[in-house]
Design a protein around this ligand. Structure first.
Ligand code: PLP
Length: 389
């Protein structure tokens, strides 16, 4: 087999940490019980594993275990939050505030609600990718039932001031939801201190398994009402029916546990790798960082490259590095990223953008190899453009 490109797409997904796999394995075979089976030891073992995992996850965000609703991932958690709140609170009002740079798993449920008669405000962002707090305050109405702002952006890594946003929501008696799929395990999250009412999580961005996530739903001050979107056996206190996927739940908790324990050390290491990559790339000129220079995820470097064609750039890089141009979820469509458009990038620079997502298993040697290959690619593309013009 020819050598595969270096994996630098850790915002799309991450490899499973071996320690996570080890924790999961027994629950596929010997301890295979249904956590809802109350009559025998198979069920009790599964239930005990779920209970333990729920406690670990709750502790990680300073919540209580009953506030964790397991879902198939952050997309489902976002859908449950947005549609579940809309359905439970429409008598109070039909206005929701979110942001233009959200993940499609927020934007699409919001567009769906518009068709049902809800009014959605999509806040703009500043050129650094953060929202203007004044815009948020200006958008609040008496009918506003929910504000949803992501903790960290999946494309440009920008960290929103969610604590400040949530305080404003609390002061106005409006529920606050945050999509923390990229943030969990990378920046500290405390639902009490930060006044978060609902929060979406997923395992596979932090070296856990795919297909598992959770929605945190506040039970106290205020007690959040949520209309279930999946009806059935009444699992998860009626908020999400379906037999619990025990090995994934165990893996999810293990992944969060490891990420929190190693956050400080990993952040320092990953930031230094990102800095190393950026310094090398920057040296060739006409390369621009997308998003706030410091308020961003440790492993995120999203750049636009001047003087090259976007498609040629991605093709040139692909042999050496697995990276994304725009969001992985939308890269099948050839249209400029909605996030880069929102921060004011021209179509040309948006097309010529690359998202490097550095993660736990990347090494200095890999970063240097990718930097070298990127520089060679960019320089030869620029040279070719000059010859042609
Ligand atoms: C990956 C991601 C999602 C989707 O999560 P899944 O678990 O894959 O459904 C949602 N929001 C953000 C910000 C993400 O990065």
């Amino acid at each position: 087999m020819s050598q595969r490109p270096i994996y630098l797409d850790n915002h799309a997904t991450t490899p499973l940490d071996k320690r996570v796999l080890d924790a999961m394995l027994p629950y596929f075979t010997e301890q295979f019980g249904n956590a809802a089976s109350i009559n025998h030891v198979y069920g009790w073992e599964a239930e005990a594993a779920v209970k333990q995992s729920r406690e670990t996850l709750a502790a990680a965000i300073n919540a209580s275990p009953e506030e964790i609703v397991f879902t198939s991932g952050a997309s489902e958690a976002n859908n449950l939050a947005i549609k579940g709140i809309a359905e439970a609170y429409f008598n109070k009002g039909k206005h929701i505030i979110t942001v233009k740079t959200e993940h499609n798993a927020i934007l699409d449920p919001c567009h769906y609600l518009e068709k049902l008669g809800f009014d959605i405000t999509f806040l703009p962002v500043k050129s650094d990718g953060t929202i203007d707090i004044g815009d948020l305050i200006g958008a609040i109405r008496s009918e506003t039932i929910l504000v949803s702002v992501m903790a960290a952006n999946n494309e440009i890594g920008v960290i929103q001031p969610i604590e400040e946003i949530a305080a404003i929501c609390r002061g106005n008696d409006i529920l606050f939801h945050t999509d923390a799929a990229q943030a969990i395990g990378k920046i500290p999250l405390d639902v009490e201190e930060m006044n978060i009412d609902l929060m979406s999580l997923t395992a596979h961005k932090i070296y856990g398994p795919k297909g598992i996530g959770a929605l945190y739903v506040r039970r106290n001050k205020p007690r959040v009402q949520l209309a279930p979107q999946m009806h059935g056996g009444g699992h998860e206190r009626g908020m999400r029916s379906g037999t619990l996927y025990v090995p994934q739940i165990v893996g999810f908790a293990k992944a969060v546990e490891i990420s929190l324990a190693e956050m400080e050390e990993e952040t320092a290491r990953v930031v230094s790798l990102r800095q190393r990559l950026w310094e090398q790339l920057e040296s060739i000129g006409s390369i621009y960082i997308n998003g706030h220079p410091t308020k961003r995820l440790p492993g995120n470097l999203n750049i636009s490259v001047g003087g090259v064609d976007g498609q040629a750039l991605l093709l040139g890089l692909q042999t050496a590095a697995a990276v994304s141009s725009g969001s992985a979820c939308t890269s099948a469509k050839i249209s400029p990223s909605h996030v880069l458009a929102a921060i004011g990038r021209s179509d040309k620079l948006a097309y010529a953008s690359i998202r490097f997502g550095i993660g736990r298993f990347n090494t200095t040697e890999e970063i240097d190899a990718v930097a070298k290959h990127s520089i060679e690619t960019i320089q030869s593309l620029r040279q070719a453009q000059k010859v042609m013009s």
